[in-house]
Design a protein around this ligand. Structure first.
Ligand code: GLN
Length: 224
């Protein structure tokens, strides 16, 4: 755990500077005391840091190197471009250390491209694209169509009293989920929010809205 306040520098990682500090922090601060990692090689990682900050995390580390990864208690893997992230994970020397942390049960939440990276099997990926096999899903990249086919949806999510309004952007389509996977939400008969052990994976982007309920679920159910 790291007691440094958000917005200050530590030796190895860079704490996020929150432009959104005026967004309210949840009164009960469920993420207090947790050093949160956000995989920051590419993509929409900043928003995940904001969400965790609003849940009361004391420290957010942008993870770009193995030294950064070693500091964190959990990891958020953002949306973006999974093929690019896969290449950067290898070139930064992060692939093996991250595989080891995942195997060791680090709580991890992947959204969209992050879900692809966590899955067992990628369809329509690049030939050299790697994934971690941390959640037993077969996902088809861009399975909902291209950027213009992006859409909003109101999802019914296990454990949430009200629907969760979110957006799908060139999202992966989950074609199958193994027996160890708990499906927490579906859209048109396909899983879109899945959990296996300490890994949570969403085909959509919960970080793009100010609704913190899915990040809160991750903190409350998978961390600690
Ligand atoms: N289509 C992207 C990929 O294959 C994912 C899109 C996203 O993360 N919004 O990685």
């Amino acid at each position: 755990m790291n007691a440094a306040p958000p917005g200050t520098a530590n030796q190895q990682g860079r704490w996020l500077r929150f432009h959104e500090r005026d967004l309210p922090i949840e009164a009960d601060r469920p993420a207090a005391g947790i050093t949160v990692g956000v995989l920051a090689l590419q993509g929409a990682f900043h928003e995940h840091g904001v969400a965790m900050h609003r849940l009361g995390a004391d420290a957010i580390v942008e993870v770009k190197t193995p030294a950064h990864l070693a500091q964190v208690d959990c990891l958020l893997m953002p949306g973006g471009e999974s093929t690019t992230m896969s290449k950067l994970l290898v070139s930064q020397g992060l692939h093996e250390p991250l595989a080891a942390r995942l195997a060791g049960g680090m709580p991890t939440f992947g959204t969209c491209a992050g879900m692809i990276l966590l899955a067992t099997t990628i369809l329509d990926g690049l030939p050299d694209q790697r994934s971690f096999g941390a959640i037993d899903l077969t996902v088809r990249r861009n399975g909902y169509g291209r950027q213009v086919d992006s859409f909003e949806a109101d999802l019914t999510v296990t454990g949430l009293a009200e629907p969760f309004t979110t957006v799908f952007i060139r999202a992966p389509l989950v074609e199958s989920a193994g027996p160890a996977v708990e499906v927490l939400s579906e859209h048109d008969g396909h899983p879109v929010l899945c959990r296996q052990g300490k890994v949570l994976a969403a085909a959509f982007h919960p970080e793009m809205t100010s609704d913190l309920r899915i990040h809160r679920w991750f903190v409350e159910h998978l961390i600690g």
